[in-house]
Design a protein around this ligand. Structure first.
Ligand code: HEC
Ligand code: HEC
Length: 325
């Protein structure tokens, strides 16, 4: 009898142990523990940045630093052979001159480094492809603070270590940091990818700075309404219909039904713009019934079906960049 109890007890211990072990293994697999230890711990110093460059930031998977590391997919960030006579700190100052000329804005070396991380496609180093990672979007998802730390590390490679420029960024750098912060506020989406999602799913109805469709409201300053509001507008458009964009349903005497925005209300006729953008003019004399449908938006409520979770995050990040200037 007592041996049976011991067996059951032993079995329970084994089950408990297995659970604990699985929990541990899953945490390790998802990088949970590493992330917890890394988050917030970073300091904006070259040492802090070095840890990120060779760790969480994954920079070392594409970049070497002089003869440290072996990656060649991106430019070496140190001095290496004839191809890399200047380390990145000093090289950035050279590139900044090129960027100032090209853009007409005064770039500092730090501005160039910030741009390299915020918008890698803006300047593609000769001989390389535009395949630098978006390091502030998943899966790397560095915070703005971590990006600043890594930049201080790059500055310290033969350049001027200028922490002041990271603490009080120039006008040029400020915009880039704002872009990264917006991406993070939107759950870490990538606004550059979001611009494409927007072009494919939204631009036919919405305009940004004068470009795009006119069926829906202009979105040039939509960031001000906040990411939650924007997300809800996409997932459940009818929940809060933008004033002036109410849905009307018209039934004519012959039974025909037209649904859309009332874009004109004249003395003798109304104009209804359908979700397709098609405009239908209906004589008031032919109308049997016209009413506002409070439960439906002209904006389709199934847009997210065609989008992945990443697409949604990306388009939200792009929306959060739309601030009137
Ligand atoms: C998937 C590979 C990849 C990863 C990961 C990556 N980079 Fe890059 N990086 C590149 C490539 C390719 C280029 C060259 C093309 C370009 O200029 O965009 C580049 C360019 C750069 C430049 C401009 C270099 C110059 O000579 O002007 C800097 C600075 C830079 N990366 C820093 C970083 C940092 C810091 C990280 C980590 C936080 C990182 N990169 C992660 C591939 C990568
Ligand atoms: C078929 C046309 C159509 C498409 C496609 C469409 N929208 Fe809309 N959208 C509208 C209309 C009409 C409204 C106003 C009615 C409402 O609030 O539901 C609107 C409202 C919005 C609003 C609220 C604006 C405000 O100022 O209150 C946001 C944000 C928005 N849309 C974003 C998007 C995004 C992002 C996409 C693509 C993923 C998209 N829309 C696709 C027609 C469209």
């Amino acid at each position: 009898m007592s041996s049976a109890i011991a067996k059951v007890f032993g079995f329970l211990l084994l089950v408990l142990g297995t659970f604990l072990w699985i929990g541990q293994a899953v945490t390790a697999l998802t990088g949970g523990e590493k992330a917890a230890a890394g988050a917030g711990a970073v300091e904006i110093t070259p040492e802090g940045g070095e840890t990120i460059f060779w760790g969480r930031g994954r920079c070392f998977t594409c970049h070497s630093m002089g003869d440290r590391g072996s990656a060649v997919r991106g430019p070496n960030q140190g001095v290496f052979g004839d191809k890399f006579p200047l380390p990145i700190g000093a090289r950035a100052a050279e590139r900044a001159k090129e960027r100032s000329q090209k853009t007409g804005q005064a770039y500092t070396a730090t501005d160039y480094l910030v741009e390299s991380l915020a918008e890698p496609g803006a300047y593609v180093v000769e001989g390389y492809k535009n395949e630098m990672a978006i390091v502030y979007a998943p899966p790397i998802a560095l915070s703005v603070k971590e990006v600043k730390a890594v930049i201080s590390y790059l500055q310290s490679q033969g350049g001027e270590l200028d922490l002041e420029a990271l603490e009080k960024p120039s006008e040029v750098a400020k915009k880039f940091f704002a872009k990264m912060a917006a991406a993070q506020a939107a759950g870490g989406g990538d606004p550059s990818a979001g611009e494409q999602v927007y072009a494919d799913n939204c631009a036919s109805c919405h305009a940004i700075r004068g470009k795009g469709g006119k069926t829906g409201p202009e979105l040039s300053a939509i960031a001000a309404k906040g990411v939650r509001f924007i997300e809800e507008s996409i997932l459940r458009p009818a929940k809060s219909i933008t004033p002036g964009f109410e849905t009307y349903s018209v039934i004519e005497k012959d039974g025909r039904k037209t649904v859309g925005l009332k874009t004109r209300d004249g003395a003798t006729e109304v104009e209804i713009t359908k979700a397709t953008g098609e405009k239908v003019t209906i004589a008031k004399a032919d109308i049997k019934e016209i009413e506002q449908d409070k439960d439906a938006s002209v904006m389709p409520d199934n847009l997210n079906e065609a989008m992945t979770v990443k697409d949604l995050q990306d388009v939200l990040a792009y929306m959060m960049l739309q601030k009137s200037q």
